[in-house]
Design a binder for this molecule. Structure first.
Ligand SMILES: [Zn+2]
Length: 351
């Protein structure tokens, strides 16, 4: 078993069992009593595992029973907002990216992900009234940050990088935006980059706006074995294994920010969000991967470039991981996908 699988299995164990020591470190209030009317529930941490929090139990059951909201697909609506319309993507290139092709590779992805069969999977998710999320992304700009907090970033530092980019006017204050802090290979995120996660998403308030943002680190020199797909650690679709890994991590965080921007909309009973349920599954067993000219593994071409992007959870037909949802046909219904209902193959394969 390769190292990447081992590290992933660790993270997955935390998520499924909720008993891992490292995961507990993030549960700041698990030992406290909930106030009256609330119970401990698994909710998303935004980092790929669930944490316990006090929430009103009726919020889940009452809203999930609304006829307008999809149910029975292994992921549940919890009452919070989703990003229905066009998602505006902003990049903040933190650190030293000179001579690195990452911005070319990832900007092309951000420009072509919207409208794709892949991102169309997110249209199976709705708000509380049953309005579906739209398959629309607008790459809306970028800025740079020259190590304003050095090479060791805390979670709070990442939030400050975003708020400072907005407050300085480098990027607009956009409540329909998702701001990605992309850190260069020499930068560490000290709450667990490489050991507990490869990226995460969250939300904060800047001015009077609810700002959605994410951290995506370049694992090239720090943790290829834990944050790059095992197939592409030597040769990758765009000849940049770190950036090609970031392509999948970016996609993961964007689809979670879309369906669960504030951590209170779509997640499962373990606090896993849509992309968490399919992390590191690339569709190889379904024959969805192919070999690029330079010998790397990819599973989709967007804007003329090949990428290896993880599957996402389809919120229909009982729920399953997939790489695409046809935009010309409604999602399958009935029992045809019943075999995926018990999907539990985490850690069983790496591709
Ligand atoms: Zn996630």
């Amino acid at each position: 078993m390769n190292q990447r699988k081992r590290v992933l299995a660790l993270a997955i164990g935390f998520a499924l069992m909720g008993t891992g020591g490292a995961a507990i470190a993030h549960v700041t209030s698990s030992s406290t009593l909930c106030s009256q009317g609330k119970t401990h529930q698994w909710v998303p941490s935004g980092k790929g595992w669930g944490v316990q929090a006090c929430r009103k139990p009726q919020a889940t059951s009452a809203l999930a029973s609304s006829a307008a909201v999809p149910t029975g697909n292994g992921i549940n609506y919890n009452g919070g907002p989703v990003m229905l319309g066009t998602k505006d993507v902003y990049f903040i290139w933190y650190g030293n990216w000179s001579g690195n092709t990452a911005s070319t590779i990832l900007t092309n992805l951000a420009q072509n992900l919207g409208g794709s069969p892949y991102f169309n999977i997110n249209t199976t998710y709705t708000d509380g009234s049953g309005n579906p999320i739209q398959n629309a992304i607008a790459y809306s700009g970028s800025t740079t940050d020259n190590y304003s907090f050095g090479t060791q970033l805390s979670d709070a530092n990442v939030a400050s990088v975003v708020s400072n980019a907005i407050s300085s006017g480098a990027l607009p204050n956009d409540p329909n935006g998702v701001y990605f802090v992309m850190t260069s290979p020499d930068v560490n995120e000290t709450s667990g980059f490489c050991t507990q996660y490869c990226g995460w998403h969250n939300n904060t308030t800047v001015g009077s706006s609810n700002i959605k943002y994410a951290f995506v680190g370049d694992p090239a020199t720090q943790c290829a074995s834990s944050c790059e797909p095992q197939q592409n650690q030597t040769t990758s679709p765009n000849q940049n294994p770190g950036a090609d890994a970031m392509a999948s991590i970016f996609s993961h965080e964007l689809e979670e920010a879309t369906t669960d921007p504030d951590g209170n909309a779509w997640y499962d009973s373990q606090g896993m969000e849509n992309a968490d349920k399919c992390a590191w599954h690339f569709g190889a067993s379904a024959g969805n991967t192919y070999t690029t000219a330079d010998g790397a593994t990819a599973n989709m071409n967007l804007g003329g470039r090949d990428y290896l992007i993880q599957q996402n959870w389809v919120n229909a037909a009982g729920g399953y991981c997939a790489l695409s949802l046809s935009s010309s046909a409604p999602p399958p219904s009935g029992g045809g996908y019943g075999g995926y209902g018990g999907y539990g193959g985490y850690g069983g394969y790496g591709g």
